[in-house]
Design a binder for this molecule. Structure first.
Ligand SMILES: [Zn+2]
Length: 90
């Protein structure tokens, strides 16, 4: 049985996943986690919408600070028990 990724890893991989930049095995683990985790499903839906709006999201367009901010938002959201994911920073 493949090792499952964590919510934190999913957040870090979501842009690569949406750009189809993940290796097949990692992609399968990403999808396995997504299918079981409601929080990540909401987060994933929001990220996908954001990326569609922006057109393209790459490492160049997401500075490390913004990425860290997203991770913080995500962690706070998980701890708060809210059903809605945090809005991404403008
Ligand atoms: Zn998750």
């Amino acid at each position: 049985m493949a090792e499952e990724i964590t919510c934190k890893e999913l957040v870090e991989l979501v842009t690569d996943y949406l750009e189809e930049a993940l290796p097949t095995e990692q992609r399968a683990r990403f999808e396995a986690h997504l299918s079981r985790c409601e929080g990540c499903q909401s987060y994933f839906a929001q990220m996908r919408r954001t990326i569609l709006l922006l057109g393209r999201l790459t490492e160049d367009t997401v500075p490390p600070a913004a990425k860290a901010e997203l991770l913080t938002l995500f962690r706070n959201w998980k701890e708060s028990g809210e059903s809605d994911p945090p809005a991404p920073a403008e």
